[in-house]
Structure formats: structure tokens, C-alpha cells
Design a protein. Sequence first.
Lengths: 630, 232
Amino acid sequence: MVRLPAGTLLLAPSLVLALGGAGGCKDRSSEHKPLSVRDIPVPGSVAAPSGARVPAFVPADDGQWLMALKDHAATRYSSLEQINTENAGQLQLAWSVSTGVLRGHEAAPVVVNNTMYVVTPFPNDLLAFDLTRSPPALKWKYEPKPDRAAQGVACCDVVNRGAAYANGKIIYNLLDAHTVAVDAETGQEVWRTKMGDINRGESMTMAPLVVKGLALVGNSGGEFGVRGWIAALDVETGQERWRGYSTGPDAEVLIGDEYRPFYAQDTGKDLGVTTWPPQHWQIGGGTVWGWISYDPDLDLVYHGTGNPGPWNPDARPGDNKFTAAVIARRPMTGSVVWAYQWSPHDLYDYDGINENVLLDLPIGGGMRKTLVRPERNGFVYVLDRATGEVLSADPFVHVTVTHGIDYKTGRPIEVADKKTGQGKLVRDICPAAPGGKDWQPSSFSPRTGLLYIPHNNLCMEMEGTEANYIAGTPYVGANVRMFPGPGGHRGEFTAWDPVARRAIWKIEEKWPAWSGALVTAGDVVFYGTMDRWFKALDARTGKELWRFQTASGVIGQPITYRGPDGVQYVAVLAGVGGWAGAIVAGGLLPEDETSALGMVNATKELPKDTPQGGMLYVFALPRVAAGGTP
Amino acid sequence: MRSGTGRAYALAFAALGAVGLAATGCRDEKRLPHQRAVVPRGGESAPVRVSTLSAGVHYPLAKIENPFDGNVHALQEGRQLYLWFNCAGCHGAIGGGAIGPPLRDKDWIYGSDSLHIYRSIVEGRPNGMPAYRGVPEDSLWKIVAFVRSFGGVPDEQDAAPAREALRAGDPHEPHGGLGDAEHPAVEGNPDDPQVAREEQTVPPAGAAGAVGEATARRRPAPPYVESQDAGN
């Protein structure tokens, strides 16, 4: 196996520190030096294209946007180039509309057949806009009326991350743990399948991925003692074809003859049972609330799994497989081919559900089929997507809880005195529970070879407490207070070179950068902020080209499409909320610092910067911005 | 998994029992007046309305007195129950709200009277408040007393005369506060000099040990439901 020379860089100091850490009570000043991004650059730095490529299986861009992450490789890249670094500064509002919903809007609009589809947070309305009208107008509205009690089991605002289009249907999940398919033309419900039970704490918030006529969906509820699963539904009928759990016996995880994990730690029988206290796997989390990718050449789907529950790790001795992991499955059967745990026996709520960006990277003189993952634990991982081998893992944020990743075992090398537990207060944990990066999807440009990562700069203190499992109620067992990381800002937007394994430039944001990213062939990268700015940057230099003030903070995922008039549009949902915006979305009181799982402490002033309010904004260059014809 | 709920409740009570024993072992019974306080009955059937607006004839709101209001021991136990039943996960450790609405502001969707809160807990509410069935009456009323002691109830019906007295060792502060690793959560242990001190300052009781009697005198005997059906 080819190993990157820099791969050992993090190991050497960690050995020394591991020895030092064994001594117990130490002076703070003698603690290890936290991992940080090397030579933090500022906007203006320019790098030659990294040589990273989008896999050949990604089809040519048709100017539409069929799924939240744009394609099966999860690139969020568009080859449209009308809007470029020269003219982006002239972008103007083309049309806009309220969604009629106030809570956090995390979804990506879907554009297909000259129609735009927008899924709102609970009550999960689906709005269809006819793009052939000028300005575009509401075509129909589908109101699924999910059980309103489901709001009580949504840990982090009642969000929805978007829909997927397949064969004339818009498919998405409802908060009350149902999946629906809606006729894209008429707005009539085609099928609705109950996938989970809110009385067990289950909800659904993720955006489905359609592969080979199957809609892949998963549950949420890692803070409610849920047992995580991913399931495949027939796109035509809504019938469940298979369901693979993240925990439990091999037969239910769908581990069988094909299973070939790369690391010894993931090898063995019924690890989903044996790495837990008796029966705990039934309420141990590992939900599948994030992103799914698919490589048709290898015929593998990749999905992450969420945190183990409860957060208090003393309640669940063992590696807690397969929580906080990435799992590669066959799409038609769910059969597991490999699995890898980012954070065995997670100590900090480091869900492993972020996007798996499938890229081909020049490594060791040849092109490798890789899976690039900006992970919650603060590292950008590069995995061999055929085998699950970790090729590299480098910190992209300030990290105090690990010394690096041990490439022999695949495990993070933990900092001993940062271990959380019952009745123990651990300070200065970086990154905080929402991670170096949470769900907000990054974007990759084959033109620059860079991955554009919207992320957090948060640290926390955490105290493990007794957790009491009562079905349908929170199961966390931790008191947390978050605070801004080094520099005092809470968010960053980083351009990352996955080949050189370093940041090219970084932009600091006052609040967590909780929106998705979009990059185009015009070399313009877009993202939004919680203090109500939607921004366009030069993808090479990070120089800001344009900004627009939205009515509420932006945590949605920007998209771009070619309208029926041949014009390139950029669309994004505003509407603050989500975990990071909970204080605004839920009207929380700032004095309760451990509220919203500790997020309130870091966001006390957010209500001054943004109110609630769901809005769709669509932008274009001036000749069409007035809503008239070009 | 429904039966799991019952099992979980049982677990909660077992653990609470352990806490209770640890906290109250070898206590003079007089030190635990709340155990002799008469728990209101019929809370689940008493007429209650959640609007200040009534059509036609105005009739007074049904009220129910909670014998645990202002009782330090009961509030401490109420706090423990509030944590054990995972109320904190949705409403915040000190009632600032989280998944559910805050409980320490003046905004009460379903009413701020003791009976309103009792009924919200037992019946659940449509936007996500689960219905807690099978919880013992006295536990429910202690939770109600604790919730009202956050200070969110309107002034004229302030339920927490002991609130000022409690502030020193604020029972609303989760686990003795995060800020101090050396001092883990105080579970209302009467051995704690802090608690004993508060006891003495609880109005209107005078000496420690007489709190229960004072409380009992202050709170009328059943029936606790007053003014019901006044409009009929």
C-alpha cells in the first residue's frame, strides 16, 4: 500500500504525549499542542489545480438539479458558467417567495423539467414552481400533514434536507418518519410509507438518494435512544426492499459473505452486539440522517451513521459498532461490503453522517478511487472507496481531543485527559459536539481541484450525567456548554486541497457556517451565513465577489440551474434554525446555557442578527433580474 | 416498545428510590414534611380551561392548590424528577426551552396554573409534548411545583415564595453548575449545610423541622379544586 509521506507526521508527537498523558494530573501548560491547520492561509492564496477529479461515472451536466448533492458523487458542482468571476458582482434578485414556514430551512431546491420543487421544514409542504412563467409562479402545493407530535422528537429543529427526483416523482421524508412520493406533474401523492415510529423517538430529516430504482432513506433520533437504519424503497410502489441496521446482529446489519472490512477492529461476528453492554444496541443510536453517495462502477452506496446514545460514554462500554461509522453496501440488497468507524466508542457526539465526496485523486503516482470526508471529528479523511482503507486524515479545524489517526488500526489516537464520562467535567473539547463540520455539505470543483467546506469553529465543555431511557423522550446524559474556538469566531469557510492535504484559504464567519456550498464552472463558489448574507466568492482566491442580504439567516443548500430561457440562475432557501440556530427557531432563553445541547451558550447574541422566516431567493445576472425576458 | 416505557419508568423510580435513600437515610421523619403533605387527587378529571376568554357567562378558572409549592424538599425532589423524566432534554435544565418551549418566561400556551401544568404533563400536548401516564401523583405535583418555581408564572400566582431563599444553591442550576468539577450535583441532600440553611429561611416557616406543619397550615385541606362549575 502506498502511504503518504506526511501520513506519519501526526503520529510522532502523539507517542511522546501518550506517555506524558499516562501520568494523570498534569499542569495544563504541559498538555500537548492542539492540532491545527498548518499555515492557516487567508483569502488571496491561489493554488494550481490539485489534480483531483470527479469520477467518470458522473453524467454530463444537463443544467438541472435532481438531488440535494447534485450527483451520486456528492460534488455539488455545476458546469454552468454564465455567472463567472467577472460578472458575479452584478448578480441581482430574479424572483423570491415566502415558504410560509418559520423554522430552519436546510433543504436544497430540486429543479427538473422546468419546475422547481421546495420542501419546507415541518409541516414538510412541497411547493412546485413553474419556471416557464415569468416571473415563475406556484404551480401546486402538496401538504402531507405529518403528525404534529413528531416535533417533540426532533432534536435539532424540525428541519428537512431536501428531496430527490426519480421517474416522474418527487421523493422525500416527513418528520413523522414516513417517506412519500409525489407526482412531479400533478402534485398528487403516489405513495406514503411508514418507516419508523415517533413513539420510539424516530423521525426523518435526511434527503433520499435514488439508486437503481430504489429510494434510500434513513432515520433520525440519535438523541432519543433510536436504533439507526437505512432502508431501500421501490420508487414505483414505496414497498420496502431491504433495511440494514447500524447496530445489532450481523443478520440485521446485513453483514454476510461479502463483508471485507479493511481493519482488524471491524472484523468479527456480530460486532453490532458484542461491542455493547447487553441489549444496549437496541437503543444505541447510529442513525442514518445524513448523506449517501453511490459509485456505479464499484456498485457501492456509502452512508454514514450517527452518534451512539447516550452521549455519556460510561453508559455504553465498548466500540459501539457501527455507530459514528461509514458503511459501504450493495444497493440492491443492502449487503455490507466494508465498514469503518471514524470514532469507535464516541466521546463527544461526533456523528459520522457527513457527505462522502467520491473523487479520483493522484496518490503515489496513480489515480486512486477515493471517498473524501470532512468529518465531524475535525479531520478530512481520504479513504480508498473500494476497501475502506484510510489513505490520509488531516485536521481542518482546531483539535484538542485527538493526536491524529493511527493508520495501522484506523483509530483516532485519543488525548487521555479529554475523555468524557459520568460526573466528570471536561473542558476545552475541540471540536465541539457539532464537530469541525456538521451536516452542511461541501462542494468540489474539478477546475480548481478544491473542496469547499462550510464548517464550525466551536469548542465545548461537557459533563456526563445519568441518562434515563424513556421511549419517545431525549436520551443524552450530558451537560454541554459550547463556545467559539480559537479566534473567537464560530464558523469558517475553507477551500481544501485534498491532494496536498491542506487548506488553501479560509474565511472566518461570526456564526457557524451552517449552509451548504455550491461551486460552478464559472469558478464562483456560493454559501450563506446565519447573519443573513448570501455570498459569492472567487473559487481560486476566496475573494468575495458579491453579497446579498437575506431576510433571515441562511442554512439552506444553494443550487444553480439553467432556466427555460437559457439563463443561469442561483437559488437558495433562507430561514435560520437547525441546531446552530435553535435559539432563534425555538425562541430559547439565553440564560439556559446548556440548552439545545449546549449550543445556546455559543449563540446568545444570534437573535440580534437574524429573525425567523423561510424565503426562497433566486438570483441571475441583470438582463433577466427584473423578471422580464432576456 | 410501549411496554418499554413502563419498564423505563420502573427504572426511573428504582433509581430515584436509591437517590431518595441516599439523600434521606436515617432522617427524622419530621425533616421530610412533604411525605405527609396531602396530595391533590382528581387532577386528571378536574374541569380546566386554557383560555382566559369564555363565551357568554364568565366563570372563574378552576384552581388547584399544590401542597408542594414553596417546599424546599419537594422542589429539590421535583428537580430530580424533572431530570429523570427527561423534561430537561426538551425544556432546558433551567427551563430555557430546547425542543419544547421555555418554562421560565411568562408565555404559557396551555396555562400556568398548577392544574394546567399537571394536565399538560399527564395528557401531553399536540405539538410534541408526550403524555406521561402512570407517574405517581405526588411525583407529578412535585414536578409541577418545580416547573412553577422557575419564575415563569404570572406574579399574582407566583408559586415560589422560596425562590429567593433557594437562589444560593439554585436547584435550577444543572448538577451544581458546570463550572465546578470538584462539586458534583447536590441531590437535595439534607446533610448539605446549604440545604439546611435554606430550610430555615423558607417563609413562612420559622424553625427547621416545622416547615411541614407550616406548609400544611398554609395549604388548605381537600377539596383542592375550587370554584369548579361556578358558571353552571
